[in-house]
Design a protein around this ligand. Structure first.
Ligand SMILES: [Zn+2]
Length: 405
């Protein structure tokens, strides 16, 4: 595997600048285009699975993170609070859960509202030491694919099973190849919140959800508020990290005094399930760049289609074709400078899935010749058919460049 930092620079996906600060990468247009395609897909997947999206700010009052326990248990990983005045301090959030707990309690909830799935692709911050930072794998400003599913204890099993199904679906579409599942449990040395009985019940529920799945146990790898299932990936240097996670939490509902009214009119505590299907956009892309060696599936390739007029006489035909591709929702560009062979090589080097060559013969009859980045070429096609072919591959998020059949 290739180091994503080198390839990310080479493909113009992201950069860093000492003036911006270590661990604070800048996403360049190509990287942003790929990331947006992935973000839109994840939101669509979540909507279809009954999640409701919210937008909450990446910082909040100090008291919010005192209440959540983060300042007690997690302060070492957080940036120091920012003081505006003696009684007005703000904290860059290290997690989205406190805000989502406030969303939950922004109105009364009944049993019928559960499971309530609050999702957000939101910003958060970790005060990582500068020595461990590099590229996208370890950053200080994190864009997390996150959700908090509030449910009854009876619903936890089905909820976790459904989350694991969504994780597998997202991994298949993105080309993620997990290195393994880990059940992360308490260790003897760390500090945890919550009572013994809750921890045992949570561990039992997660074990049951993993029935039939091969997994290892990570003692001491639990979150401070509960055990979790982590899905691990391995980077080009052989380092393992967590990409996807499902965590049970009996503690935050208690701290935030969250409740719902059951069918008998009694007030009950929901369970909070923290989950991330694909982790942070930073770590995900650090991994995807390496695992695909920059050759992303067409649906999230930064540029999907490059149009190559053979000579100036085909400029307007090429322009029209690119405009039609863009109107069909594709990311298309016209490249004019240099020899045709040179432009084809450049497009393949940039991992652009399709190059549409327009020569005088094709221009005269409204056709293009598609060349694929793997070196294959297709017989000339009417422009509309070529666009439909690419659009079908993109819409189905196929890993192949030519639709089957
Ligand atoms: Zn959370």
């Amino acid at each position: 595997m290739i180091d994503h930092r080198r390839l990310g620079r080479e493909l113009g996906l992201f950069t860093s600048d000492p003036l911006a600060g270590a661990g604070l990468p800048l996403w360049l247009p190509a990287g942003a285009a790929a990331r947006h395609a992935v973000e839109e897909y994840i939101r669509e997947l979540e909507r279809q699975a009954g999640h409701q999206h919210v937008l909450t700010p990446p910082l909040g009052k100090r008291e919010l993170f005192e209440l959540s326990g983060h300042l007690d248990f997690f302060a070492d990983d957080m940036f120091p609070p920012m003081r505006l005045s003696a009684d007005d301090e703000f904290v860059l959030r290290p997690a989205l859960c406190p805000h989502h707990a406030l969303v939950y309690r922004s109105r009364g909830r009944s049993r019928r509202d559960l499971p309530l799935r609050i999702a957000e692709l939101g910003g958060m911050y970790r005060a990582e030491r500068s020595g461990v930072l590099g590229g996208l794998a370890r950053v200080r400003a994190i864009s997390l694919n996150d959700a908090h599913n509030f449910c009854t204890l009876d619903q936890v099993g089905a909820e976790v099973a459904e989350i694991l199904r969504l994780i597998r679906e997202a991994h298949a579409a993105l080309g993620v190849r997990p290195a393994g599942y880990r059940l992360s449990l308490r260790g003897p040395a760390e500090r945890y919140v919550g009572d013994e009985a809750d921890w045992e019940r949570a561990e039992e529920l997660l074990r049951a959800a993993l029935d039939g799945v091969e997994y290892t146990e990570g003692v001491g790898e639990a979150a401070f508020y509960g055990p979790k299932i982590d899905i691990q990936v391995v980077d080009s240097a052989g380092r393992e990290s967590t990409l996807s996670t499902v965590q049970l939490d009996f503690d935050k509902p208690e701290r935030f005094d969250l409740s719902y009214v059951d069918s008998g009119g009694a007030r009950r505590r929901p369970v909070m399930v923290h989950r991330s299907l694909v982790g942070s956009m930073e770590r995900l892309f650090g991994y995807l760049i390496e695992v695909h060696e920059g050759t992303f599936p067409a649906w999230y390739a930064p540029v999907q289609l490059v149009v190559l007029p053979i000579a100036a006489g085909q400029d307007s035909a090429a322009e029209m074709f690119a405009a039609a591709a863009q109107a069909a929702g594709l990311r298309a560009e016209v490249h004019r400078n240099g020899s045709l062979g040179g432009r084809i090589r450049e497009a393949a080097h940039a991992r652009i899935p399709y190059a549409a060559v327009v020569g005088p013969r094709e221009a005269a009859v409204g056709q293009v010749s598609l060349r694929l980045r793997d070196g294959r070429s297709l017989a000339p096609l009417p422009a509309a058919e070529a666009i439909a072919l690419v659009a079908r591959v993109v819409a189905t998020r196929s890993p192949e460049l030519v639709p089957p059949g």
